[in-house]
Design a protein around this ligand. Structure first.
Ligand code: GNR
Ligand code: NI
Length: 172
């Protein structure tokens, strides 16, 4: 198990469209295990490969509630087969936008097709926090962050603060 450094915005690697995985092999499985370790350590409920500098369509999530057994999902090449007209708003956070939160509206339910860690095609219907989290992670695969769903004013406030924090780090 290895903990991977999580990239914080602003960073061009968070704005890049990730490439499909041809075949889920041992290297992909190792990456997904390292991503899960990194996600649990952060702690977070999801992590997409671009957040650790890997431009591939790979994500992991675990939306089990406190006290429930862990429920790690390893998802490769996800495709939305359908989404509900009904929407929900969650106050979202992101490990790449640390300490910033905003309300984001998304479809309440999604139907997803993906490859699992055995390279098998799977279909999953998700609702609640899991649905929101998978959509948030899929956005990362297309170079989109939750701040891209809010007003430009709120987005710029958050991104400017993060850019300033980075400059302070370099100078320190
Ligand atoms: O840990 C996370 N929490 C979260 C809360 C609401 C909606 C989405 C998320 S995902 C986030 C981890 C992360 O940045 N994944 O990309
Ligand atoms: Ni995120």
């Amino acid at each position: 198990m290895a903990l991977l450094p999580i990239i914080v915005a602003p960073d061009p690697r968070l704005k890049t469209k990730a490439k499909r995985v041809e075949h889920v092999d041992d290297e992909t499985r190792q990456l997904m295990d390292d991503m899960l370790s990194t996600m649990y350590a952060a702690p977070g409920i999801g992590l997409a490969a671009p957040q650790v500098g890997i431009a591939k369509r790979i994500l992991v999530v675990d939306c089990a509630k406190d006290g429930e057994p862990p429920n790690p999902l390893r998802i490769v090449n996800p495709e939305i087969l359908g989404s509900s007209d009904e929407v929900v708003i969650y106050n979202e956070g992101c490990l790449s936008l640390p300490e910033h939160y905003a309300d984001v509206e998304r479809p309440a339910k999604i139907k997803l097709r993906y490859l699992d860690h055995q390279n098998e095609i799977r279909v999953l219907e998700a609702e609640g926090l899991l649905s929101t989290c998978i959509q948030h992670e899929m956005d990362h695969l297309d170079g989109t962050l939750f701040v891209d769903h809010i007003t430009a004013l709120k987005r710029n406030i958050i991104l400017r603060k993060l850019a300033k924090a980075k400059r302070a780090k370099v100078t320190a």
